[in-house]
Design a protein around this ligand. Structure first.
Ligand SMILES: [Zn+2]
Length: 533
């Protein structure tokens, strides 16, 4: 007989008992679970059981095999009913034959307890009042509620056992139920706990962001940071189907946060109605475990790339163009966007949705892929996209995978190496000069004989110009490409938004033998702060 099986027919315990008979066995123990007529004070009329059968049978067989090995018994089997059951009917049967009664009892008890904990079976209760609700069997079997329909547990139930989430889908307010994803053995309670403890930053709440946000919220990610400074436009709705026409004009980050709260109150959602820039990016990225780029502009993509490489955070990129798109994951040790695109693509070279046109499902599909890759990373599932760029053409449904390689000339990777080396060597290496200097104003630095080089990106200077007429502008990538185009014998102080990039660039230049270069501590932010104090 099968060690573990499901049946839609009435369980015939007499027949099953016969099959376990063995002249060598001196004892037989069985357990029968029956459908009870009440649960948590509600009268129950009848029940439905549903199981994810392929997985459930595998797990059930494993449990019976464990019991046989563990207690040294002769034979054991378990049969569980599925489908519709009436009050009083047998829902589950366990039988064990063994040489001695003690092992028979113990093994029987072990099997029913483990089945309750580990096998993906759901129960739908139909109450006298006409309501019904799915409840998970671990919960309905918990002894504390005193309403178990058919099992008797003595030991306590751990909610983080590899079982399904205990949920009450109907009684009182509905609560999130992750049982359908936890039924996957790769997820389980441990995976769910991982998702719950994860913090994910989604940059962009548009066509890519909508599926990413929906699926991650549904999955029960602990914290979702949503960055978008745009307001909803009517032309967005064909692909951004999480929003409503009545929401036009409202900020998308706020709207998305509202949707997340409605979908899953477990998620700590934090909207940031701002444009991601060099000033806010480092802090926002540092506060999360994983970043998902759902923007359609290359400035932001490269900004995310640069900070994520430096901070060692994985980032899932996607871009779509008309009927095709691509997916790339940058994580510690892998190639980054600048390794692949050394001549950083400028905005406007590749059209965005408003210019090129797009059908709604295209970003939907790529956003779905991003959400899935993100979950693979968080759950540590196999098959992660690494050192490859996935290109998918939805018109032909053809995919190609392009290998990506860490480029030795990549400026971002040069900086991250310098930062790492700087941190590792701090205190140990006898550095002759401090890397960072402090000045109250840039004019003070100028008066002290320093050349001043602002290494921020052009768009940052547009937002916040360099607070000095003596400064030169030279974006960091240019500064670090080849020989620095300034007089190496002169004292130079570099500045950026917060002092992080200038610190890294200074380290890198020192490594290249330029001794008299320094970083302005705290960058433009610190200068501004001093102005107001
Ligand atoms: Zn790189």
């Amino acid at each position: 007989m099968a060690a573990f099986s499901f049946t839609r027919e009435k369980i015939n315990e007499g027949e099953l008992r016969k099959q376990l008979q063995d002249p060598a066995a001196g004892g037989y123990a069985s357990f029968e679970g029956w459908v009870r007529n009440h649960n948590e004070g509600l009268p129950v009329r009848h029940l439905e059981y549903e199981a994810f059968e392929p997985l459930a049978i595998k797990e059930g067989e494993r449990i019976v095999a464990e019991a046989i090995k563990r207690f040294g018994i002769e034979h054991a089997a378990c049969v569980h009913r599925i489908g519709d059951l009436a009050i009083g009917e047998m829902a589950v049967w366990v039988g064990v034959s063994a040489r001695h009664r003690a092992e028979a009892f113990q093994a029987c008890r072990y099997i029913i307890d483990e089945v309750k904990h580990r096998v993906p079976i759901w129960k739908k209760e139909h109450y006298e009042n006409g309501d019904s609700g799915w409840v998970n069997c671990e919960r309905c079997a918990a002894p504390t509620t005193g309403d178990a329909d058919h099992s008797r547990h003595a030991h306590s139930h751990e909610h983080h056992s590899p079982a399904l989430a205990a949920t009450h889908a109907h009684i009182g307010a509905p609560v999130p139920d992750y049982s359908r994803q936890m039924a996957l053995k790769e997820v389980g309670a441990a995976g769910q706990a991982k998702l719950r403890s994860s913090r994910v930053l989604v940059v962009g709440c548009g066509g890519l962001g909508v599926p990413v946000i929906s699926y991650l919220a549904g999955a029960g990610i602990g914290r979702l940071g949503l960055v978008d400074s745009d307001s909803l436009e009517p032309s967005n709705l064909h692909r951004q189907t999480m929003y409503a026409l009545a929401d036009v004009g409202k900020l998308k980050a706020e709207l998305a946060a509202e949707r997340v709260r409605a979908l899953n109150p477990d998620v700590d959602v934090r909207p940031y109605t701002t444009h991601l820039d060099a000033l806010n990016a480092p802090d926002l990225i540092a506060q999360h475990d994983l970043v998902i780029d759902c923007t359609d502009n290359f400035t932001t993509k490269f900004l995310l790339n640069d900070y994520c490489v430096r901070l060692g955070k994985p980032v899932v990129f996607a871009s779509v163009y008309q009927y095709e798109g691509q997916l790339q994951i940058v994580q510690p040790g892998s190639a980054c966007l600048r390794c692949v695109w050394p001549e950083a693509t400028r905005d406007g070279i590749v059209g965005n949705c408003s210019e090129a046109g797009v059908l709604g499902p295209v970003p939907g599909i790529f956003g779905g892929l991003q959400a899935f890759e993100a979950m693979k990373l968080l759950l540590d599932l196999p098959g992660q996209l690494k050192d490859e760029l996935l290109v998918l053409d939805l018109l032909t449904l053809s995919t190609s995978r392009v290998r990506t390689k860490r480029a030795s000339a990549c400026p971002e990777h040069a900086i991250s190496r310098a930062v790492a080396a700087g941190h590792a060597a701090s205190g140990a290496q006898a550095s002759t000069a401090p890397v960072e200097l402090e000045f109250d104003t840039l004019d003070q630095a100028h008066d002290a004989g320093f050349d001043i080089v602002d290494i921020r990106e052009p768009h940052e200077l547009q937002q916040t110009p360099t607070p000095s007429t003596h400064a030169r502008h030279l974006p960091m990538a240019q500064l670090l490409h080849g020989q620095p185009p300034f007089e190496p014998t002169r004292k130079t102080v570099l500045l950026c938004a917060t002092g992080k990039r200038s610190f890294a660039a200074t380290q890198e230049l020192r490594n290249r033998g330029i001794a008299d270069v320094y970083s302005l501590r705290g960058g433009v932010k610190a200068l501004q702060a001093r102005l107001f104090t």
